[in-house]
Design a binder for this molecule. Structure first.
Ligand code: KG4
Ligand code: ZN
Length: 354
């Protein structure tokens, strides 16, 4: 028996993530990550400029078994060593979710171990436990991904998550992806804008900061809007092109990124202050952004807030995050899900388990 599979009182949990275009299989022992295996179909979607649901579902089906085999091999565990299975049951693409939920049910029945159907967004919060240890309770979490931008008050990641605000139009990652397209950068655009912005001037263009002033700020205190910003960038670029002038891609990328990160970090720090929470955690794909990480650190330091952001590879979708939340469920004695649990494409952020 290998070191990783040796019996301890810490639960050994396998997590499956298939809500979008990443087939993620993570294996966690309690609060320790043993291995995180990912197979991505992102290249198959790139030429469409966005994720094609049918393509993603088929890719999950093909990748599932080899990715589970790779994860168990690299983690040095056997399926029979597992104490529980966790799976993303929502939100996400319906067909893609079904592949993960189906696989998880099969494993649960075959191995005779409990199954936990968990929320993708809560998993983005829980992943930080395998990186930085137990989550302070409460924590304020900001989730910024391709599908979501939310500010959450998290008294207990396994059963109490409250929404303080979210985007009223585009998600932060969606804005990165759309602006990248306007600038002729490949999909998904976030990492390309991040890279280009390093050579640009972030104060070159004063792009709008949505919902941060006057009545908007009162009414939408912890909500976000990125659609106006995206349109403003598109108009600015079109005006340049119409005038026959070159588009300073690096400056546009840096100025756009500055506007997004300014709004996100400003509202996150304000939410911490107004709710008396001294811990901020940032998760989701956009949390991989280098400027967001730096600005959040500066502003948290100035406000006396402890910031936790997982390493970039654990910010984007992965199986470790699901395994981490599953392990917390086991450790906190939460009841497993029913074997009839559905894939719920519109699962609300406040519903942690199905
Ligand atoms: O969490 P995630 O992997 O999938 C969803 O649940 O949506 O997030 C993907 C999003 C994409 O919009 C991608 O462009 C963005 O995260 N992203 C980034 C960076 N890396 C990924 N955005 C900005 N900067 C990055 N470095
Ligand atoms: Zn995600």
């Amino acid at each position: 028996m290998s070191a990783a599979s040796r019996n301890t009182d810490q639960p050994l949990v396998l997590g499956l993530e298939t809500s979008c275009d990443e087939t993620g299989v993570g294996i966690v022992r309690g609060e320790t990550l043993l291995f995180d295996a990912i197979a991505s179909s992102v290249d198959e979607h790139a030429r469409f400029g966005g994720v094609v649901p049918e393509v993603a579902s088929r890719a999950h089906l093909e990748a599932m078994v080899p990715t589970i085999e790779r994860a168990t091999r690299e983690a040095g565990v056997r399926l029979s060593d597992l104490d529980a299975i966790a799976v993303t049951s929502g939100p996400g693409l319906a067909g893609a979710l079904m592949v993960g939920v189906g696989a998880a049910k099969a494993l649960s029945v075959a191995l005779g171990i409990p199954l936990y159907g968990v929320n993708h967004l809560a998993s983005h919060v829980a992943v930080d436990i395998v990186e930085h240890g137990p989550l302070p309770e409460p924590t304020l979490a900001m989730l910024v991904s391709g599908g979501h931008s939310s500010l959450l008050l998290v008294p207990d990641v396994t059963h109490d998550i409250r929404s303080l605000g979210s985007t009223i139009d585009d998600a932060a990652g969606e804005a990165f992806d759309k602006v990248a397209r306007v600038l002729g950068l490949p999909f998904p655009g976030g990492p390309h804008i991040d890279r280009m912005a390093r050579e640009g001037n972030r104060v070159a263009i004063d792009f709008p900061r949505g919902l941060t002033t006057g009545r908007d700020m009162e009414r939408y205190r912890f909500d976000f809007s990125f659609s106006g910003l995206k349109t403003s960038v598109a108009r600015w670029v079109q005006a340049r092109e119409a005038a026959g002038e070159p588009v300073p891609v690096a400056d546009v990328a840096a100025s756009f990124q500055e506007a997004v990160t300014d709004v996100l970090t400003r509202k996150a720090v304000l939410a911490c202050k107004e709710h008396g929470v001294a811990n901020l955690q940032i998760g989701g794909g956009v949390a991989a952004n280098s400027r967001l990480r730096a600005m959040a650190q500066e502003r948290c330091d100035a406000a006396g807030i402890t910031l936790r952001v997982p390493r970039p590879g654990l910010c984007t979708d992965n199986g470790a995050m699901v395994a981490s939340l599953g392990a917390q469920m086991v450790l906190k004695g939460r009841a497993p899900s029913d074997l009839g649990l559905p894939a719920d494409s519109s699962m609300p952020v406040t519903q942690i388990q199905s």
